[in-house]
Ligand binder design. Sequence first.
Ligand code: NI
Length: 179
Amino acid sequence: MSILKVARMGHPVLRERARRVEASTIATAEFQRLIDDMFETMDAHDGIGLAAPQVHHGVRLMLVGIDEARQGSASDRASVPVMALINPKITTVGRETGEDWEGCLSVPGLRGRVRRPNDVRLVALDRNASRVEMTLHGYPARVVQHEADHLDGVLFVDRMESLGTLTFLEEYAKYWARD
Ligand code: NI
């Protein structure tokens, strides 16, 4: 496995619509290696999600989740199950929305508040090409929406209602981090 280079905001690959993955591609050694390398890359950067365009692959593959052992105490971050999701389709359930801080490995050093639907239905294929179907609420719903946005060339800053909450990590820790 290897740690892949993460594209930063401004790289065109982050603004392109990623291609669908053919079912026959999923079992190939090359694709499975990409998944393994992306997991290693996500762990190396303490990420909770990573989409293939962020590592310069324009395909509809994204990872979410966090190892509870690494995260420590049970927080909302720990509630995101570890999954590789291929060709994900996300639909909003209900009308409730919530606002929370987001960051992105492709927008290093910054956080901003983003409003998103609280509940979503997720349909995707997993790394065994099996169909995954689930309803997610709250933080996990936010994470899959953030990652799925990457597959359509959208960054969290595009979703901010105002840039007024765009905050450097140091100032975030000083003024805004909740315990
Ligand atoms: Ni991101």
